[in-house]
Design a protein around this ligand. Structure first.
Ligand code: B12
Ligand code: SF4
Length: 569
């Protein structure tokens, strides 16, 4: 079928593409729209104009702002990036006195509102979905959003082909990864590929929540509850030189903006699966290229393989291992299809301690097979850990369509709570041997004396919007609030994601990134007055020097502006 492009460009005119980050959680944890950046990078040599829009981060009324933008730009293609469909936090508030059995905020109704508004604003455009969450259950998303086409898995190659064909007026046929709403098994189309060149980053994003760098795609495992299980154990490594070039470029751009050391997140499902050879090669490359002092990094790890060589390199390159443990019980591990056994877990702890590695362990209580006895076993394991190892835990697991857990859930409906949706597209939670809120309260009691153990993540309902507000003020995009409000909010204790000192430093970094020296100066002043703990690496002496330098720079900046005005420019 040939896709109609009314109002289409005349020959030679570039195709206009609007990539929209359809992600309301940007208000709570803003991350760069890395998937969309990868798509844009993949078509830099085509005759196309690609623009990335992140309405939930930069606009006070995201749907209206996105629609307005689409109306003005009249794009030929609108890409919707569905990185997440929900906040994934089963219990956000253990004490909530609502009748709700779980607290997951499902974003699909909001995303449907966004899609409808964009559809009205750009009725001629070809709509295309993609993204990590989309790719795990594409048919359900296309139906719900009433979009005809989507790309399943890595989007670089299919996106390129789609634009190429549209530009030449050819049909959108036989493009690997491109699926139709009517396709019966779109998961079969899953793509694993890389652009083959370092990702070009949008300059808007400060490293407030780290820069993602993908080194491999997919996963050779199939844990029962995991979205990635829907890939069917497929994976591919990125080319080493390209990964290292991307790291080097990211560091260089940050240095240009006055950030001496950047936080990176290796955006892989598990950095050390299916083997550690690739991860070791990446870390060795960091050392060889002299990048180790210029970055810190974090990645998800499976407890095994984790050799002494890998541990040494993690340490040498300033890494932090977030280990996907889930449970310490052999029976729960077996039923969850976890790719390790208890002895691997014990070996990992020993390795982490021996190499003094910064690490945290992620647990999920309530998985299939969880009983009073297995709960007690995992609780005992957690209690045996030293306080240097942080632990975060969830109570209950979201059942996603097509996963092995969905099959288990059909067999054991007595442990299900949430939406009445047999397809599991709307949030349904599996939690054994008791409802998740009860389990969350119980675990809080069990770990009350262990400050390094806490409930996992932050939900949309309880998450602070401080960093998003900082972006809006710093870019002037939607000053819904003043900089003083941002600083007050940052200094107020109770943010799950950061201590007040860290929050002040994070908003200061956003201002610095956007060269708003006036805002940096007032954040510095506030940090100097602040009596609590400062983040690692920041001292009052450094702040005083920065204040002096900023005083000079802002005066210079002001003089420059006055001079320009005087010359009538
Ligand atoms: C690293 C990571 C994080 C880091 C991010 C650090 C950073 N600075 O970016 C941290 C820890 C901060 C994080 C936070 C969260 N995360 Co996270 N995260 C990941 C992880 C492992 C990698 C993401 C990534 O960058 N991938 C690499 C990029 C290149 O891939 P991509 O985005 O998929 O894009 C490709 C394709 O999807 C496609 N594509 C993407 N968009 C589009 C659009 C179109 C039009 C087309 C055609 C194609 C296309 O092409 C791209 C290039 O190949 C993914 C799992 C995964 N494998 O993706 C989970 C994942 C995205 N996270 C998830 C979740 C739930 C969250 C949180 C909500 C958790 C929380 N409550 O705090 C937040 C949300 C933050 C936010 N604003 O979105 C879930 C989402 C699923 C769901 N249930 O909705 C995932 C899928 C993990 C999982 N298996 O469950 N996350
Ligand atoms: S090893 Fe990790 S990414 Fe792979 S299926 Fe299991 S939980 Fe998912």
């Amino acid at each position: 079928m040939r896709v109609r492009r009314e109002g289409a460009r005349t020959a030679g005119q570039p195709l206009r593409v609007l990539l929209v980050h359809a992600n309301p959680f940007q208000q709570v944890t803003p991350v760069p729209p890395y998937g969309l950046e990868c798509l844009k990078t993949a078509v830099t040599d085509l005759n196309v104009e690609v623009e990335i829009l992140d309405p939930y981060l930069f606009a006070a009324d995201p749907v209206a702002a996105a629609a307005r933008h689409a109306r003005e730009r009249r794009p030929d293609v609108v890409g919707l990036g569905l990185r997440i469909v929900e906040d994934c936090i089963v219990i956000d508030d253990p004490d909530a006195e609502t009748g709700a059995v779980e607290d997951i905020t499902w974003f699909m109704p909001e995303i449907r509102r966004l899609r409808a508004a964009l559809g009205e604003a750009a009725p001629e455009a070809l709509f295309l979905c993609g993204g990590a969450a989309f790719s795990a259950f594409p048919r359900e998303c296309l139906d719900y959003l009433e979009v005809e086409r989507g790309v399943v898995g890595a989007g670089e190659a299919p996106f390129r082909l789609v634009l190429d064909r549209l530009a030449s007026g050819a049909e959108l046929r036989a493009i690997p990864g491109l699926v139709r709403r009517s396709d019966t098994d779109p998961l079969d189309a899953y793509q694993l590929s890389f652009a083959g060149r370092p990702t070009l980053r949008e300059p808007l994003y400060a490293p407030a929540n780290s820069f993602p760098v993908r080194t491999r795609i997919g996963c050779a495992m199939q844990c029962a509850y995991c979205l990635t299980a829907n890939l069917g154990r497929r994976y591919e490594n990125g080319a080493l030189e390209v990964v290292l070039d991307e790291l080097e470029q990211t560091v260089a751009t940050a240095v240009e903006r006055g950030v001496a050391r950047i936080p990176v997140f290796f955006a892989d499902d598990e950095f050390n699966l299916p083997d550690e050879r690739h991860s070791i090669a990446v870390l060795r490359g960091i050392v060889e290229r002299g990048l180790a002092d210029k970055l810190t990094w974090r990645a998800y790890f499976n407890p095994t393989p984790f050799s002494a060589e890998l541990a040494g390199l993690v340490r040498q390159t300033n890494g932090h291992a977030s280990v996907t443990v889930d449970t310490a019980s052999a029976e729960v591990m077996r039923r969850a299809q976890k790719p390790f056994r208890r002895r691997h877990l014990d070996d990992l702890i020993e390795m982490v301690l021996r190499h003094e590695l910064p690490a945290d362990l992620g647990l999920i209580f309530g998985l299939p097979g969880e009983t009073e006895a297995t709960l007690a076993e995992t609780i005992e394991f957690v209690r045996s850990l030293p306080p240097s190892i942080e632990v975060s835990y969830s109570s209950g697991a979201r059942v996603y369509p097509h996963t092995p857990l969905a099959a288990i859930a059909r067999e054991e409906p007595e442990w299900l709570l949430g939406a009445d949706d047999p397809s599991f597209f709307e949030p349904v939670v599996f939690c054994s041997p008791c409802p998740p809120r009860d389990l969350a309260r119980r675990l809080r009691r069990e770990f009350a004396d262990l400050p390094h153990v806490r409930a996992a993540g932050v939900g949309f309902a309880s998450g602070r919007r401080t960093v998003a507000h900082a972006y809006r003020v710093a870019t002037g995009a939607a000053p819904t609030t003043t900089w003083q409000d941002v600083l007050d909010e940052a200094e107020r204790p109770g943010d799950y994601q950061r201590m007040p000192g860290e929050s002040l430093a994070a908003v200061m970094q956003v201002a610095l990134w956007h060269e708003r020296l006036d805002l940096v100066a007032s954040a510095t002043k506030r940090l100097l007055r602040f009596r609590g703990a400062l983040p690692d690496g920041l001292t009052r002496r450094k702040l005083r020097i920065a204040r002096l330098a900023l005083g000079l720079l802002t005066t210079f900046d002001r003089l420059k502006r006055v001079g320009r005005r005087g010359r009538g420019s």
